[in-house]
Design a protein around this ligand. Sequence first.
Ligand code: URA
Length: 188
Amino acid sequence: MFETIEELKESIKNCNKCKLCKTRKNIVFGEGNINADIMFIGEGPGAEEDEQGIPFVGKAGKLMNQAFIGLGIDRNNVYIANIVKCRPPQNRNPEDDEASSCLNYLRNQVMIVKPKIIVLLGSIALKNILGKEYGITSARGKWIEKKGILYMPTFHPAALLRDDSKKIYFWKDLEAVAEKSKELNKNT
Ligand code: URA
């Protein structure tokens, strides 16, 4: 485990722990405020993210940015990362061996950032972080506390692009996150 984000980033720049290294253009390490109260965890980079090396810059990311703006969440004030840091070909789901090779990097990021709240974006993030027994449709919108961190599972923004009716739930869940963050800061 590394103590600083720079050391961690440096340590993974030539990562070849799984087969995604063969097809990636760039590692999408994650970005944001390393003192953030809120961390967002997605699934894995898409084409645009792979191109730029930055998380959530494609269509799904743009949709998430709109929600951030509407809810007064400053993207520069949160931390954003993914379960896998390299793009799965054709945007398929990350396979279990890929996720498990990459998860320690994410754990190290969480250890450094020490967020109070983690938003799990979609089923892959939920199952890899909290356990395979969880399903996104029933878990979303409910706070789950583990080891002093509050988790909020919600739909992945790409799911909203496929199904408009999910937008309202995504919005409500992020609204609850913004409120909880304010509440926690009042008490400190
Ligand atoms: N989808 C994700 O899960 N992560 C990204 O960074 C972009 C799209």
